[in-house]
Structure formats: C-alpha cells, structure tokens
Ligand binder design. Structure first.
Ligand SMILES: Cc1ncc(COP(=O)(O)O)c(C=O)c1O
Length: 358
C-alpha cells in the first residue's frame, strides 16, 4: 500500500534523542531553546515559543493576544477541529466564513461581512501547505484593529510574496508525525512582538515569571528536550523535504487526468502538506475505494466541516451554511505526496487515478 503519510526519522534523530537521554536533562531545557531559535530564524521572525502541540500553540497564542469570554474570532470551518476548538477553550466564539474554492483557504472577500463589535481576531488557516491570501486579510485586520493569529500547522516553510507562513501575525505550528516536519508531538508559536513572546512563555508554564510565584492562570504546555531534539534534526531537512514534496506534486499535476489538481497562486510557494484534488460528479468516494483496492492510500481532509460537527450543531447551536466548504467536503481527496514515495509509486498513483477517471 502506498501510504498517505509516512514520518521520516533517520539516524540523526535517533542519535539526537539518545544524547538527550544520556544528558539527564530531559524536560524543557537547552534543546527546546535551540529549536525555538532555529525555527524563528527559518520563519524570519524574532521569537518562537515551543509548546506541547499545535493545539496548545493555538490556545496559548489566542490567550496571549487577549482573546477571551465574549470575543469573536473569524476563521474557516474547512479545517481540522483544533483550529476552532482552540478558540472555544478561551471562552470566545469561532465565527466562520466560506472558502475560496480554488485554494480551499478562507475567502478574504467574505471577511468584512463577518465582523461585529465583538470581533477581536482573524485566524487565517494555511490549509494543505498553501498560505492564505494575506494582503487583503492584513489590510482588513489593520482597518478594524484585529489581531491576526495564523494557523500554520500544515504549512512549515510555505511562502507568500517572499515571506514565510507564521511571519504575518502570531504564527502557530504543529509537529504531529504526519506534518512536513515532526517532533512526535509538539507545537510552536512565532512572533516579532516582545510582549506576546513573554506572555506565551508565562502562559506555557503555569503563569510563572519567578520560580513558584504565579501571576496568572497558566498551563503546563511545555515541550520536552527529547521532542525538541527530534524537531531540530527535522528542521534541518525541512527545505529539502519540501522540495521533494513540490517535485512529487509537479509530477502528479503534470500527469493526472479528470480531476482538478491543486492551485498555486502567483507569489506563493505551496509546500504540499497534502496534495488535494477535487473529484466532481459524485465520483470521489468510488475513486477512493478503487484506489484502496489497488494499493493506493488516500484520505478525505475533511469530510465534515467544523460547523457541521455534532458538538457544534447540538451543543453550540451553530445553524449556518457555507456552500463552497460543503461542496469541498464532498469532492476533495488527498493523494500521497510525501518524500518517502518513489517514482514508481507516483506512476502507480497516476495510472490508477487516470484508469478510474477515464
Ligand atoms: C490546521 C490544523 N490546526 C491545528 C492542528 C493541531 O495540531 P496538533 O495535532 O499538533 O495539536 C492541526 C494538526 O493536526 C492542523 O492540521
């Protein structure tokens, strides 16, 4: 089976983990600091704060930005549940807008209509490895004095007009094993703002500035040095691995027939966390079953948009509809694109998709 995802961990990661274990310093320590500095440099920002996951990175970033009870945060419902849930954790409400059907990202043209007196922030989600159209988003944020918190959990190293994902507002990343780089579990917050950086560090560690003096309510959302050691090695390989993903995506886009291949707008560097095609005419699920029978793994990200999830419908009472999101949920299919697939795997994927679609 050609798998949809495969974490690539080599001798370097193993050696780095053993060094940490041998050092006896296994909780948050010098490796976390080194990982934060290297990650900030990759993103082109002043600070990075490591956390235990992408979800906790989002949660801490929102709290550090002052988001709380009664506030509204505008975002896309076509995402992994963590984006919206992190807003709920703060006591605020996610307010959804529809997506651009070509990019699957939040449609900036829908933003202003969703702004209310309670809106405090916009959370653009750079889905599948492609940055949102940040110029109009930043302009609207400036005009209405809104904070921008980027969910870049799927977009390590992606670029928009020469700038990295995570460098436009407060950035958040996940290092879950299927991501373009991993630390097993882990997350990162990126920012140029010294105050936000300091707040994130305090919230991550039980509101503690001075040892055992707790100024505010915080959490234990720390990363360990064991995880950071893996992350540091993976970060060294990120650029190369992203190039491999891009080469695989180029081959697929050049050869697939009968499906709508991913779109890379001018000025963007897509890092293909997922290579997601659109399969029209109700054929998506049959294509997926056919690929499965023929040894090609695939996945639907995401079959149920956030506003249609049971908890959002029944407990929170969301009663909204977003035509482009709902159509995408029926038509998208992600195919293997990760660096561990071979040329012959790529050819098999193309042959089988084209055979079914013909
Ligand atoms: C878009 C998005 N946001 C948030 C998250 C949450 O990250 P984590 O699983 O590390 O908590 C993920 C990853 O799974 C994601 O894909």
């Amino acid at each position: 089976m050609i798998s949809i995802a495969k974490p690539q961990l080599g001798e370097e990661e193993k050696r780095a983990v053993l060094e940490v274990l041998d050092s006896g310093m296994i909780a948050q320590g010098p490796r976390v600091k080194a990982f934060e500095e290297s990650f900030a440099a990759m993103c082109g920002v002043k600070h990075a704060v490591a956390t235990s996951s992408g979800t906790t990175a989002l949660h801490v970033a929102l709290l550090a930005a002052g988001i709380g009870e009664g506030d509204e945060v505008i975002t896309s419902p076509f995402t992994f549940i963590a984006s919206a849930n992190s807003i709920l954790y703060t006591g605020a409400s996610p307010m959804f807008v529809d997506i651009d059907p070509a990019t699957y990202n939040l449609n900036p043209a829908q933003l202003e209509a969703a702004i209310s007196p309670r809106t405090k922030a916009i959370m653009p989600i750079h889905l599948f490895g492609l940055c949102c159209d940040m110029d109009p988003i930043l302009e609207i944020a400036r005009k209405h004095q809104l904070v921008v918190i980027e969910d870049a959990c799927q977009s390590h190293g992606a670029m928009y007009k020469g700038r990295r994902a995570g460098s436009f507002g407060i950035g958040t990343f996940s290092f879950y094993p299927t991501k373009n780089m991993t630390s097993a579990e882990g997350g990162m917050i990126t920012t140029d703002d010294d105050t936000i950086d300091e707040k994130c560090r305090v919230i991550r560690q039980h509101g503690m500035r001075r040892r055992y003096h707790h100024d505010e309510l915080g959490f234990n959302f720390r990363m360990t040095d064991v995880h950071a050691a893996i992350g540091l090695e993976q970060l060294k390989k990120l650029e190369f691995r992203n190039q491999q993903r891009r080469a695989n995506a180029r081959f697929l886009s050049d050869h697939l027939k009968g499906v709508v291949v991913p779109y890379e707008p001018d000025g963007c560097i897509h890092v293909y966390h997922q290579y997601t095609v659109r399969v029209t005419d109700g054929k998506r699920d049959d294509l997926r079953a056919f690929l499965q029978e023929n040894g090609v793994g695939s996945e639907v990200y995401y079959p149920v948009p956030v506003h249609k999830q049971k908890f959002y419908l029944e407990e929170l009472g969301y009663d909204v509809t977003f035509p482009e999101v709902e159509l995408a949920a029926l038509e998208v299919l992600s195919l293997p694109v990760h660096p561990a697939i071979s040329q012959s795997d790529l050819e098999t994927i193309v042959t089988k998709v084209n055979e079914f679609m013909a």
